[in-house]
Design a protein around this ligand. Structure first.
Ligand code: TMP
Length: 254
């Protein structure tokens, strides 16, 4: 693993100091947790695949002018990112009822929502990431109304774009979670997409069979967890050339 100074360790990633001020290195682990850390495990090769998949999505999002923290992938498990001030919100965008919304409102999983729903959760593991409203967000000073507006606007654009991209490879984007940060640029703070976009924080179902290719395979003990992540990379055309056998990966080899 890198000898650079560690800045932060999360459940699935580690952040190291970057080569220049204002940059960080984001290292993708194979560790997986669910239900706010109550379930723990290792998904072999997940870090390598999520690094690739997230790079792919971020690059495609740049092409439609979505600002992100991503700069470039460095190696199998690391990418260079801009340091941003993370807004402490988990922004969940839903197209189909699944997971917590299905439980909360007693809706059958798989029910198409009449419109996409954006939800905000306060990012705090100790509190179990509670669902919050715009009132809480502004009253507690986590973000301004203007920032919320920008986050909603970006989230819906990202949803439309990724839904189309994924449907073209036979995957339905059921729901997903985004995180945003503030980047100081041209004398002002700009909202940019941060964190990662990968099967760890999406629900992806086969459009024909409904087969799940995401972290629910781990959360719900559905088996073939590694294969789920590999299938997403394979459909996007970005499975490492040497194939799944290479996914254990030396930490930082190209
Ligand atoms: P949920 O149905 O459990 O609320 O999850 C909605 C989406 O958000 C799903 O695609 C998984 C993702 N998610 C995360 O990325 N991190 C989390 O901590 C949780 C609870 C969900």
């Amino acid at each position: 693993m890198s000898r650079r100074r560690q800045v932060y360790e999360g459940k699935a990633k580690i952040l190291f100091e970057g080569p220049e001020p204002g940059t960080l290195i984001q290292y993708f682990k194979d560790d997986a947790t669910a239900f706010n850390n109550q379930k723990k495990g290792v998904i072999t090769g997940k870090g390598v695949l999520n690094n690739r998949i997230s790079e792919y999505f971020m690059l495609r999002l740049h092409e439609i002018n979505i600002p992100t923290h991503f700069m470039r992938r460095l190696n199998m498990r690391e990418q260079l990112i801009r340091e941003v001030e993370i807004i402490p919100l988990e922004v969940v965008i839903r197209n189909v009822a699944a997971g917590s919304i299905a439980t909360r409102f007693g809706i059958e999983e798989g029910t198409q929502l009449t419109r996409s729903i954006v939800e905000f959760y306060y990012k705090d593991d100790k509190l179990g990431d509670p669902l919050v409203t715009e009132e809480h967000i502004t009253a507690f000073g986590w973000a301004t109304y203007q920032e919320i507006d920008e986050i909603l606007n970006l989230s819906l654009r990202i949803n439309d774009f990724l839904s189309g991209l994924l449907v073209s490879v036979g995957l339905k984007l059921v729901d997903f979670k985004l995180e945003f940060g503030r980047l100081w640029e041209d004398e002002e703070f700009r909202i940019v997409l941060a964190d990662e976009t990968s099967p760890d924080n999406c629900r992806l179902w086969d459009t024909k069979t409904g087969e799940r290719y995401d972290k629910d395979r781990f959360r719900r003990d559905l088996g073939k967890v590694e294969e789920g992540y590999q299938e997403v990379a394979r459909r996007l055309g970005i499975l490492p050339e040497s194939g799944p056998r290479d996914l254990r990966g030396t930490d930082t080899l190209q």
